[in-house]
Design a binder for this molecule. Sequence first.
Ligand SMILES: Cc1cc2nc3c(=O)[nH]c(=O)nc-3n(C[C@H](O)[C@H](O)[C@H](O)COP(=O)(O)O)c2cc1C
Length: 194
Amino acid sequence: MPNLPRNEAVLDFLKTRRSVPWNMLKPPAPEGEALEELLEIASRVPDHGMLVPWRFLVIAPKAGERLSALALKRGSALGIEEEKCRKVARMFAHAPLIVAVIFTPKESEKAPKWEQRLTNGAVCLTLLNAAHAAGWGANWLTGWVAQDRAFLEEGLGLAPGEELSGFIHIGTPAERPAERARPDLAGLVSRLDE
Ligand SMILES: Cc1cc2nc3c(=O)[nH]c(=O)nc-3n(C[C@H](O)[C@H](O)[C@H](O)COP(=O)(O)O)c2cc1C
């Protein structure tokens, strides 16, 4: 098979892609077919054994308000620093739309749990990139709530065994974020020739 043609638009997109911080996102957010298109693209990822070890939970603004209150309640119960609790609460209350990517590990001899988790990372990044490519702003967040079983089970309805891979905030960028530092490739690459 000959090489595929070079796709300059996609390459330019990947060279310049940049998350939009959550506090720069405002409504509107994708809904209906526009959202479905993003989730379909996000589900097109490498997945060893085709286990589909993820699901999506779409969190609308009213649910975001409920989760904001729950984060404050859980933070106080866990003795988490007040400013950290308030920050997470603000993230939920402010969000035009959040898609929670939920890790649903499957029993498999072929693909161990760590591989399934990598697939979840691919889902999160692909959703982020699809949102940006469609003209939205998006940001991948977790925070301490992502590790709190009570928050995940009471707030999001996670089943035992399910985990949170990411809260993908999606909306309309209020402004263009400044570029951030990127790693120097020279320190990252080595090579084996034999
Ligand atoms: C798994 C994961 C969790 C993250 N959680 C947070 C978070 O809770 N709070 C935060 O400010 N940034 C968090 N970030 C970083 C943001 O996504 C940040 O905007 C990102 O590093 C910007 O990178 P980009 O412009 O290359 O997309 C997280 C990133 C990843 C991969």
